[in-house]
Design a protein around this ligand. Structure first.
Ligand SMILES: [Zn+2]
Length: 191
């Protein structure tokens, strides 16, 4: 899937989970950092390719991207597996712990969850593509939905642009319309 589809999928997943979990009052910094972490998590598994947004926005990021891709075993390898999710989860938790003193009153637990929701949404969306993902690494099988490869989506093609993205958009709108009271009370409770 393309970056913008992953962005929307990450945001929709976060909104859906927030709407059912109905968290307590959040600080403004928690909300903003959670949205940022969620969006980063939503595209993070693709850092195994030099064209990833993270590398594109860094000076000589292309070189880092290539090097990281090699270490990670190439595109759609460890970063697109349960093992990768666990490793990224531990790494991000450590980063939040390290940044603790400058995060102030931000709820690092909530920010971590927002990142993880984005991360998992990426893997779920990539399951629908022709390549599938090696979910159970080190077992080598690539998983996809539906199991028949011919019925899956080709990244960046018309089906993604004109069906998957608009469907996600409608789903996102439906979550906000359905649960608008939850989001309004959450907005009012921002400290
Ligand atoms: Zn991916």
């Amino acid at each position: 899937m393309t970056g913008r589809t992953h962005d929307l999928a990450a945001f929709t997943s976060l909104a859906a989970i927030v709407s059912v979990s109905q968290p307590n009052a959040l600080s403004l910094s928690t909300v903003l950092l959670s949205l940022l972490a969620n969006q980063i998590g939503g595209v993070f598994p693709d850092i195994d390719q030099p064209t990833a947004p993270l590398w594109r926005n860094l000076p000589i990021g292309n070189i880092f991207g290539k090097a990281f891709g090699r270490v990670a075993g190439g595109h759609r390898f460890i970063t697109h597996s349960i093992l990768g999710v666990i490793l990224f989860g531990i790494a991000f938790k450590s980063l939040l712990g390290f940044l603790g003193p400058i995060l102030g009153h931000s709820d690092s637990g909530f920010i971590w969850w927002a990142f993880m929701i984005g991360l998992v949404s990426h893997l779920i969306m990539d399951c629908f593509t022709k390549e599938g993902i090696p979910l159970l690494l080190p077992l080598p099988w690539h998983f996809g939905v539906p199991p028949l490869k011919a019925l899956r989506i080709t990244t960046g093609k018309k089906l993604e642009q004109f069906m998957v993205f608009p469907l996600l958009f409608v789903l996102c709108g439906a979550v906000f319309a359905q649960q608008h009271r939850v989001f309004l009370s959450l907005l009012h409770s921002i400290r």
